[in-house]
Design a protein around this ligand. Structure first.
Ligand SMILES: NC(=O)c1ccc[n+]([C@@H]2O[C@H](COP(=O)([O-])OP(=O)(O)OC[C@H]3O[C@@H](n4cnc5c(N)ncnc54)[C@H](OP(=O)(O)O)[C@@H]3O)[C@@H](O)[C@H]2O)c1
Length: 306
């Protein structure tokens, strides 16, 4: 496959040396060049696949959370850094804070969380709670589902100026909020947006992703598997042979590479609570990316299967 300059830049040092391996072959992240996403606001590069932790719930002192500990371990070992959570995901923040501390990884991850209060004082209290529960720095604070956008962004911009958070953003997972998100993107100096985008639902590619590209806003992509819908659609169907051209060894990697290969600075955050799924998802950062015509082939294929 012919890589664009942008893709080469995103793959970082060593890009081009790696032919698609189709798997880790026992290597850890440090041994291989991984595809990265650039945060336009600062130029910081972050490994291009993160993790969503909406299902990280349970008693942090019990065996209930053991699969999450293993998932985080594998995620980090294979090069994952960006973790997305929210105080609205049960006790996910407390679970994450505890497990990352136990694993000695708390200061090695890029932490993104959210706030969704209409009242400014309540929002401040909520964000202070996130700092306590997560037990360390928060890189990105996002307005959850555009709730309380104006008051929360006012606080966040002040906190960013004081150095308490590094980046600010807003999220949605609903197409019905895309128009409002667009207005917010034009009104505020956002570093990130987080939006639903996948081969199951490409609406964000119409306006949100091009606008993010124009305005230099990084994009976290939620529901990258359509909340699992994509896997149900391909059950029993073999991964197409041409996926190997750009190193996709599984359907999951194909779905993630589709998102990463969009020309905006996209970074999918697949939700997983299983170590073997984290391993699969991190593999999407190896090898190349589909070009425009392969992206189109994928869209056509999935339109037939969904
Ligand atoms: N408005 C918002 O801000 C908003 C809304 C929705 C989601 N989010 C964020 O986005 C994240 C992702 O969204 P999501 O979790 O709803 O949906 P998703 O990532 O599209 O799909 C998650 C589903 O895919 C499965 N899965 C993950 N990796 C897999 C693999 N390699 N092979 C097969 N199955 C796999 C998961 O199962 P297992 O758990 O069994 O691996 C789970 O059932 C959330 O965790 C959350 O952090 C934010």
């Amino acid at each position: 496959m012919k890589l664009t300059r942008r893709h080469l830049l995103r793959m970082g040092a060593g890009a081009g040396l790696l032919t698609a391996t189709g798997g880790w072959n026992g290597l850890l992240a440090g041994d291989l060049p991984l595809i990265h996403t650039t945060i336009p606001a600062t130029g910081q590069q972050v490994p291009a696949v993160g993790i969503g932790t909406v299902r990280f719930r349970g008693n942090p002192a019990s065996a209930e959370v053991s699969p999450f500990r293993e998932t985080l371990k594998v995620f980090h070992q294979l090069g994952g850094r960006l973790i997305d959570t929210s105080p609205n995901y049960g006790n996910s923040e407390a679970v994450l804070g505890r497990l990352l501390e136990e694993l000695g990884l708390r200061d090695q991850v890029f932490m993104a969380t959210k706030v969704d209060r209409e009242d400014q004082a309540e929002g401040i209290e909520r964000m202070q709670g996130s700092f306590r529960r997560l037990g360390g720095s928060i890189d990105l604070m996002q307005v959850h589902n555009l709730r309380g956008t104006d008051v929360e962004l006012e606080t966040m911009m002040a906190w960013k100026a004081e150095g308490r958070i590094r980046y600010i953003g807003v999220t949605t997972h609903r197409n019905s909020q895309h128009a409002e998100m667009e207005q917010v993107m034009r009104r505020y100096p956002l570093d990130f947006v987080q939006v639903n985008y996948s081969l199951a639902d490409r609406a964000a590619a119409e306006r949100i992703l091009p606008l993010a590209q124009d305005r230099g806003v990084a994009v976290l992509v939620n529901r990258p598997f359509g909340k699992g819908e994509l896997f149900r659609a391909v059950k029993g169907v073999a991964v197409p042979g041409w996926a190997a051209d750009f190193g996709a060894a599984s359907w999951g990697q194909l779905f993630l590479k589709y998102i990463i290969s969009h020309p905006a600075e996209t970074l999918p955050i697949p939700g997983t609570s299983k170590p073997h799924h984290a391993e699969d998802n991190m593999g999407a950062m190896l090898g190349g990316l589909p070009d425009e015509s392969q992206r189109k082939d994928l869209e056509n294929l999935m339109e037939k299967l969904i």
